[in-house]
Ligand binder design. Structure first.
Ligand SMILES: Cc1cc2nc3c(=O)[nH]c(=O)nc-3n(C[C@H](O)[C@H](O)[C@H](O)COP(=O)(O)OP(=O)(O)OC[C@H]3O[C@@H](n4cnc5c(N)ncnc54)[C@H](O)[C@@H]3O)c2cc1C
Length: 359
C-alpha cells in the first residue's frame, strides 16, 4: 500500500486531534517508524536445532533494555489476528542500545512457536513490550551461582551466564542443562567454549533420551564448588522444576532458590464440584455465551473473540479486563471475587454464575 506525503501529514494531524493513535498512520509508511509503540525488526534468523528458531531483533527507540533473566512479550499477526507470547532474551543484559536474541522452541501443537520457526524472516516486524519479570540476578552478586535449566528454559539462565561472563565474575558457576539429546542443546558449542575458556564454569549437560544419566537426581548437584553460599536459578519444564524443588525442600538446602516457569505445572481444570451455570456477557463486543466453567479467556476465544493475552498463566497481566458484575473464581487459588468494576485476569478466572466483562 502506498500513501502520498500530503495525505500522510493530513492523517497525522487528524490523528493528533482524534482518539486514533498516530502509530496507526505511521505504520502505513514504515512499521518501524513509531510514536509510542515499541516494535522490533527481525535482523537475523537461524535454526540452531530442528525444533528451534533463533531471532535477532532490533527494537525501535522506545526500548529500555532488559535485565538478565527477564522476559518480553512479542506479538505477531497470524491470519489477521494478533497473538502475544512471552520470550526471555538469551543475550546478556542490555541497555537501551543493542539487539535482542530470542531462542524459541517449537512445540508440536504450539501455534505461535511453530509459526515463528517456519515463517520468521529477516525484515519481518513484530510487536514488543518492555522487559519485565523478577527472575533476575541479585544486584549484589552472590559468592557462587548454580543454574539449572531444561529445554527452552535455557534462555533466561544463559542470559545470566553471559552477563556474568561479560562482567568477569570470577566466582564458581555451575551450569546444569537438560535436553532430550545432545543435538537438542541449542547453545552446545558456545557453552562448551565458555566452560573451556573459564575455569570457574562447571558445565554439566544431561540428556534425557540419549543413553546416559538422564533426568534430574540429587546426585547431579554433588561436588559443586561454593555450593553452600550459592544462589540457585531454575527454569524448565514442570517435571524438572518440581524435581529440583522437591530435592531442595527435602534436603534442607539453604541456598536462595529462584524459579521461573514457562508453562503451568498442571493444566487448569474445571472444579468438578463447582456448579456451572449463568451467562457470560462480553459487553464491548455485545456478545454472550452460556458459561461452561472454563476460564473467561478460553470462553471468549470459543465465542470468536480475540482479547489480548500473553502467558495464559497469570503472570504477564496482558489479558486484564474490567469485570462489571458477577462472581469469578481464580482457578489457581480457588478464591472467589464478587466485587464489581474491578480488574481481573481473563486467563486465570472463571465465571461463577452470570458475569459481565468489558471484552
Ligand atoms: C516468562 C516466560 C518466558 C518464556 N520464554 C520462552 C523462551 O525464551 N523460549 C521459548 O521457546 N518459550 C518461552 N516461553 C514459552 C512461550 O511463551 C510459549 O508458551 C511457547 O512458545 C508456546 O507457545 P505456542 O503459541 O507455540 O503454543 P500454544 O498454541 O499456546 O500451546 C499449544 C500447546 O502447547 C503447550 N505448551 C505451551 N507452552 C508450553 C511450554 N512452554 N512447554 C510445554 N508445553 C507448552 C500448551 O499447553 C498447549 O497444549 C516463555 C513463557 C513464559 C511465561
Amino acid at each position: 500500500m502506498s500513501i502520498r506525503f500530503p495525505e500522510l501529514v493530513g492523517s497525522i494531524v487528524e490523528a493528533a486531534l482524534s482518539p486514533h493513535p498516530v502509530d496507526r498512520y505511521l505504520e502505513l509508511v514504515d512499521p518501524m517508524l513509531t510514536w509510542r509503540d515499541l516494535r522490533a525488526k527481525v535482523v537475523a534468523v537461524e535454526h540452531p536445532t530442528p525444533r528451534t528458531v533463533r531471532l535477532g531483533l532490533r527494537p525501535t527507540r522506545q526500548w529500555q533494555g532488559h535485565e538478565a533473566g527477564q522476559y518480553v512479550q512479542l506479538s505477531v499477526v497470524i491470519d489477521g489476528v494478533r497473538h502475544m507470547r512471552c520470550f526471555s532474551p538469551a543475550n546478556a543484559a542490555t541497555d537501551a542500545e543493542g539487539d535482542l536474541e530470542l531462542t524459541i522452541t517449537a512445540h508440536d501443537d504450539g501455534f505461535v512457536s511453530t509459526y515463528l520457526r517456519d515463517h520468521a524472516r529477516v525484515g519481518m516486524v513484530v510487536g514488543l513490550q518492555q522487559a519485565q519479570g523478577e527472575f533476575v540476578l541479585p544486584s549484589q552478586r552472590p559468592a557462587a551461582m548454580v543454574f539449572v535449566s531444561g529445554g527452552s528454559g535455557i534462555t533466561p539462565v544463559l542470559s545470566m551466564l553471559r552477563t556474568l561472563v561479560a562482567e568477569r565474575y570470577a566466582q564458581p558457576i555451575t551450569f546444569l542443562h537438560y535436553a532430550r539429546t545432545s543435538e537438542d542443546v541449542a547453545y552446545r558449542a558456545e557453552l562448551a567454549a565458555l566452560a573451556a575458556a573459564h575455569p570457574n564454569i562447571d558445565l554439566r549437560l544431561h540428556h534425557t533420551r540419549d543413553a546416559g544419566d538422564g533426568h534430574f537426581t540429587g546426585a547431579h548437584l554433588d561436588d559443586i564448588a561454593g555450593f553452600d553460599d550459592a544462589q540457585m536459578f531454575v527454569c524448565g519444564p514442570p517435571a524438572l522444576m518440581n524435581a529440583v524443588e522437591e530435592h531442595y525442600d527435602t534436603t534442607g538446602m539453604t541456598q536462595q532458590f529462584h524459579k521461573e516457569a514457562f508453562t503451568l505445572a498442571a493444566p487448569i481444570v474445571v472444579d468438578p464440584d463447582a456448579p456451572v451455570d449463568g451467562e457470560l456477557s462480553f459487553l464491548r463486543s455485545a456478545r454472550s455465551t452460556t458459561n461452561d466453567g472454563r476460564t473467561i479467556l478460553d470462553q471468549a476465544e470459543s465465542a470468536g473473540l480475540s482479547p489480548e493475552s500473553g502467558c495464559r498463566m497469570g503472570i504477564c497481566f496482558s489479558c486484564t479486563a474490567i469485570k462489571r458484575s458477577g462472581c469469578t473464581r481464580n482457578v489457581l487459588t480457588g478464591e472467589t471475587d464478587t466485587e464489581a468494576d474491578t480488574q481481573i485476569q481473563l486467563c486465570i478466572n472463571a465465571p461463577v454464575g452470570d458475569v459481565e466483562i468489558e471484552v
